[in-house]
Design a binder for this molecule. Structure first.
Ligand SMILES: Cc1cc2nc3c(=O)[nH]c(=O)nc-3n(C[C@H](O)[C@H](O)[C@H](O)COP(=O)(O)OP(=O)(O)OC[C@H]3O[C@@H](n4cnc5c(N)ncnc54)[C@H](O)[C@@H]3O)c2cc1C
Length: 499
């Protein structure tokens, strides 16, 4: 497999001499999301059960997080975080492991047609610009195929905006801008200007593009009234004991020593282990919500701050009855890019017929903006957009209204990671690398092929669990995951071309 360009000069962490008092357990798994549970399952499968999962929330699941929404008597369990299985399986090709879990635990899902069930609007009302929409679908396909080829040929990265321009896609009208937004920002939770061309192509291709090793183009929406996280919780229940899981337990400081890792908790107590795996979101690490003692080395901090965290916010509304589009999606083109653009109806056969529920999604800087506003202001803006979409309908007050604030939440600080053009794969290697052989990192953001996705978190948890199992089994042979001390690439400033 060819990776995006990175420098050589890998440094293998020095083995630390294990001396001092025995630790509370062999492994601490910090965080009970997909990565944490998969790491735990891997340890268990290797016969290692002397571990603890430390989770701040009252349940396992992390960013698989559901809630009950709706007026009394019309309530539904909906998803605040992940709700799709992105890419399932094509023929006998690779299968998305989340799809496997969903099948094993009988998750109720319904296929969501991202491209085949769309109504288009702008600020004047319903306007058919489906031709423009499908041109943007084609442009995105060209962008990611061209980006994938550039990875293979070893090109240096650029932004996805430069990629779009190079393939000749230059959205100018507000319809074109909205159509591009749907393809790009709505997936990566940041703009093409903020995103790497090569890595965005890479992540898309490995998930959706069967010709490039992806699972399939299918998206399954969880409609399960136990919540999407129930598949993870059911899986965990097969091998975890109560003593292995510490819920409602928040980590404050992570301290490395030659003897292992000790963790201080917000209740004043502490825990120690020979090894620790940190699965907290990139946003948590970026915002010093958890402190490291000694502070993380510069190569690690550079990687953490070099990757970006996107925000993806679903704003749910319930009305007495449905008065909107009959397609699965609607696109709204405002004067401003990203102004309440992507609408999704749930009052549909296969989803929640009769529910009176729809939601609108905002992303990136706009999603951060609404987190600083009151619910009432956001509701007024959303209803104003609906009045533009339906100039001849008297829009009633919604019976229920809710949106989460992912970016302000100290347990997440954003929704999922996004790869900027300035991050080369040497940095990303450093994001994954252990610090010494005691402190390990894994989660969606450390996945090279599937960052941002549930299946990325799944594979990373599994891989880190397996590395740590090897260390537990053979401490003398334990070497951490290597890092690069200094990530050096081509020199951007050169006098070579100056006459
Ligand atoms: C709005 C939204 C929509 C998404 N949609 C999809 C989708 O449809 N499909 C898809 O594949 N992916 C989607 N994702 C991404 C997916 O949810 C994540 O990639 C995945 O859940 C990350 O798992 P993780 O184990 O790496 O991290 P997390 O789930 O964040 O797990 C880390 C855990 O650490 C805990 N924690 C944090 N700080 C502390 C602390 N100080 N002490 C103790 N515990 C702490 C957290 O509570 C959390 O449970 C979405 C994410 C969001 C937010």
């Amino acid at each position: 497999m060819v990776h995006p360009p990175f420098t050589s000069g890998l440094t293998v962490p020095a083995r630390i001499n294990a001396t001092g008092p025995p630790n509370d357990c062999q492994v601490l798994i910090l965080g009970g999301g997909v990565a944490g549970i998969m790491a735990a399952r891997t340890l268990h499968q290797r016969g290692i059960d002397n571990f603890r999962i430390v989770e701040a929330r009252e349940e396992l699941g992390g960013r698989m997080k559901s809630f009950k929404f709706g007026a009394p008597g019309r309530e539904y369990v909906l998803e605040l975080g992940a709700d799709w299985i992105h890419g399932t399986q094509s023929g006998n090709g690779p299968s998305n492991p989340i799809y496997e879990l969903a099948r094993k635990h009988n998750l109720s899902t319904h296929p969501n047609s991202y491209r085949g069930s769309m109504t288009t609007y702008d600020y004047t009302g319903p306007v058919d610009y489906l031709d423009t929409f499908y041109s943007a679908v084609d442009a995105f396909a060209q962008l990611t195929v061209a980006g994938g080829k550039r990875v293979l040929r070893g090109f240096i990265d650029g932004t996805s905006r430069s990629g779009y321009s190079l393939i000749g896609a230059k959205p100018r009208t507000h319809h074109e801008v909205a159509a591009e937004y749907y393809q790009f920002d709505w997936e990566y939770a940041q703009t093409p200007e903020q995103s790497s061309w090569l890595a965005s192509s890479w992540a898309n291709n490995f998930t959706f593009n069967v010709d490039q090793g992806g699972f399939s183009a299918e998206n399954l929406l969880s409609t399960d009234q136990r919540g999407f996280a129930s598949i993870l919780q059911a899986e965990a229940a097969e091998f975890l004991t109560e003593e292995q899981v510490l819920l409602n337990t928040t980590v404050k400081t992570i301290k490395r020593s030659s003897n292992g890792v000790s963790v201080s908790l917000t209740d004043g107590s502490s825990l120690s282990a020979d090894y620790a795996l940190v699965t907290f979101s990139l946003g948590v690490l970026q915002n010093d919500d958890v402190l490291f003692d000694p502070p993380l080395p510069e190569w690690k901090a550079e990687a953490i701050h070099g990757m970006a965290m996107g925000t993806y916010t679903k704003i749910y509304l319930q009305f007495p009855e449905k008065f909107w589009f009959n397609t699965e999606f609607a696109l709204y083109a405002d004067h401003e890019r990203g102004w309440y653009p992507v609408w999704q109806g749930l009052d549909l056969e296969g989803f929640f017929p009769g529910s009176g529920i729809l939601f609108v999604t905002v992303t990136g800087d706009f999603a951060k903006r609404i987190e600083s506003l009151t619910d009432d202001i956001v509701k007024a803006e959303v209803l104003a957009v609906m009045r533009s979409m339906y100039p001849n309908v008297t829009i009633p007050e919604p019976d229920a209204f809710y949106f989460p604030r992912w970016n302000n939440d100290p347990l997440y600080r954003g929704s999922y990671s996004n790869w900027p053009a300035s991050l080369v794969s040497g940095h990303h290697r450093n994001l994954r690398a252990s610090v010494g052989d005691r402190l390990w990192f894994g989660g969606e953001a450390t996945s090279l092929k599937y960052y941002g996705y549930l299946h990325g978190a799944y594979y990373e948890g599994q891989r880190m669990g397996s590395h740590i199992a090897q260390c537990v089994e053979h401490p003398d042979l334990c070497v951490g995951l290597p890092h690069i001390d200094e990530v050096l690439i081509a020199q951007p400033y050169t006098t070579e071309f100056v006459m």
